[in-house]
Design a protein around this ligand. Structure first.
Ligand code: HEC
Length: 126
């Protein structure tokens, strides 16, 4: 009983922190929910671990294909030299294969608002 109350309290605190980020970043909280679509393949935390795709911690502002210990980048991702910002992430999530030909990431987010929310979430950081 006692420990489950603590867990609930912890979850409430985490939610409040995310709420603050949402105020500062527009729709980052909605983006956190939408990021469920990405989580099967991407962690977004400080573990330094990767799934099928690289850990996305710090991805905003980073050059594409540069997570050093991620072993599965496609050839073109390694040489694409894209800096991930609002515009490039939006294009990437709308049509990955048009930004990096032959990329192994096939996930497409067709909804513009959802893309903006996810980008706000990534931008807010871990
Ligand atoms: C089915 C697995 C899968 C899903 C789902 C997926 N990705 Fe990816 N993602 C990948 C893979 C694999 C790569 C590496 C692609 C390459 O090297 O061509 C990648 C690469 C990326 C990169 C470039 C990372 C870098 O270090 O340059 C970003 C940004 C990204 N994904 C964002 C997302 C977001 C946001 C979502 C959710 C909307 C998402 N991905 C969903 C598999 C996935």
């Amino acid at each position: 009983m006692k420990s489950s109350k603590l867990v609930a309290l912890g979850a409430a605190c985490a939610f409040m922190v995310m709420g603050d980020a949402a105020l500062a970043q527009g729709d980052a909280a909605a983006g956190a929910t939408a990021f469920a679509r990405c989580r099967a393949c991407h962690l977004f935390d400080d573990t330094g671990r990767h799934r099928v795709g690289p850990n996305l911690a710090g991805v905003f502002g980073r050059t594409s294909g540069t997570v050093e210990d991620f072993p599965r980048y496609s050839e073109n991702m390694l040489t694409s030299g894209i800096v991930w910002d609002d515009a490039t992430l939006d294009s990437w999530l709308a049509a990955p294969g048009e930004i990096v030909a032959g990329t192994t990431m096939k996930m497409i987010i067709g909804d513009e608002t959802m893309r903006a929310n996810i980008i706000a979430f990534l931008k807010a950081g871990i």
